[in-house]
Design a protein around this ligand. Sequence first.
Ligand SMILES: Cc1cc2nc3c(=O)[nH]c(=O)nc-3n(C[C@H](O)[C@H](O)[C@H](O)COP(=O)(O)OP(=O)(O)OC[C@H]3O[C@@H](n4cnc5c(N)ncnc54)[C@H](O)[C@@H]3O)c2cc1C
Ligand code: SF4
Length: 473
Amino acid sequence: MISNKPFLTIPRRDAEERPVQERIHDYKKTAKEMTKEQITEQATRCMNCGVPFCHAFGCPLLNVVPEINNAASRGEWRKALDLLLDTSPFPEFTGIVCPALCEGSCVNGQDGDAVAIREIEHRVIETGYENGWVHANLPLVRTDKHVAVIGSGPSGLSCAEYLNRAGINVTVYESAEHVGGFMRYGIPDFRLPKSVIERRVSLMQQEGIRFETNVCIGKDISPEYLLRNHDAIVLCCGSRAPRDLKVPGREFSGIHFAVDYLTQQNRINGGEVFDFDETKSAKGKHVVVVGGGDTGANCIGTAIRQGALDVTQIEIMPNAPIKRAPNNPWPEWPRIFKETPAHQEGCKRQWNINTLEAIGENGKVKALRCTEIEWKRGEDGRMFNVPKPDGAFVLPADLVLLAMGFVGHAIPDIVKAFNLRCDERGRIFRDADGMTSAKGVYIAGDCATGQSLVVRAITDGKRVASGIVKSLL
Ligand SMILES: Cc1cc2nc3c(=O)[nH]c(=O)nc-3n(C[C@H](O)[C@H](O)[C@H](O)COP(=O)(O)OP(=O)(O)OC[C@H]3O[C@@H](n4cnc5c(N)ncnc54)[C@H](O)[C@@H]3O)c2cc1C
Ligand code: SF4
């Protein structure tokens, strides 16, 4: 019997992970599926708040979370799906990889555990697929307008989907072999199986959207050609300049950007044929991941599956607190300690560590010289770090993976090719509808906002599509 205040009596439950000893031998999704019954019970924990912060403050797509939860709690899966698809074009992606910004602002989370909103979303969309309720949405009227979308990451896919729904003919150009952007080549299969992307792309093809892969705009096709043959162009090229580690010895072989390393394994898993780079394999190596975030965690899981001898993750910042700090109040996104399934697979983590030098032998990296540091606040209020006395140490490292985030928006080739106006920080100018300084050339996703999240890229693609529809139809 369910109480009339289930949030008081039913604890939060998350998807179980497969046992470590099983999952580290494959690249299949680590999380097990929760049953519909478990999800229904979890959905009853939603309080249906008068002011649902999850919806209006948390979720960039403005998913009507309490209504979806309410329908799921009654087992009304079709209704929950319709509500979800009203605002979200691809809940199968966000239902797996979204950090669940909504949960950060869930009222239940103020004094307990937030509702498992992302897991509910995942079950709702998968139930939709299982029952054949998710299908191609063909536009009622097809117009004579043509738009080229450059890049097939979440922003490009979302923009293409909404343009097509409005009857606009869309071609998505993608320089890589497969569609999906960082969802395909950055996020490992053990988090997001690529069949999830393929299933959606197949629906989009049935809807009439054309995908041209292995085509690099600016190289294989000129901007002039695109402009001549389309009524508008949307640049959804992502933000792809990783932050570098500027230390002596950086030039040694075996030091790679995390994204390049993850891409190689994703290409192998995707069956692509290419020249394998052994220096990007962790097999039999001491691996050090520089950077304590989620991209670093993806590297840890990948290195363990490749057969690393050991994996250490170092982070220059202090460890985050277990609970929210006073300067990080609800409903802000909680900046608290996080452990991912990859960390549980066997890795050492160290915080307050600065890298001083890469030490090499015969041109190959062999170790990192590091130091423990202390953070202090200067008179101007800014934080700075100093090395701890006797804090220096050496970490054996045959493979160093740099996962320290991305810098700027960095698509200089595209900026030049389309002659786009940028501000002093290199951000490409765009108006409220997403149009750049070049007439008919729009921009969406990470290349407009800087590196962000799948849900934000999807939201931005949707927003820019509506700007284009407004101007063309
Ligand atoms: C390792 C990693 C893990 C991540 N994990 C998560 C996560 O768990 N959750 C989350 O929410 N976010 C995650 N992110 C962030 C998220 O993936 C990105 O914010 C999101 O993919 C950005 O979408 P986008 O469409 O703007 O660009 P991208 O996904 O970067 O896609 C851009 C596409 O444009 C193509 N392209 C570029 N130039 C051209 C050209 N000239 N011609 C043709 N095609 C071109 C590229 O090949 C690429 O496919 C992760 C990012 C990385 C790197
Ligand atoms: S898309 Fe992300 S933020 Fe929005 S409801 Fe789903 S999990 Fe929450």
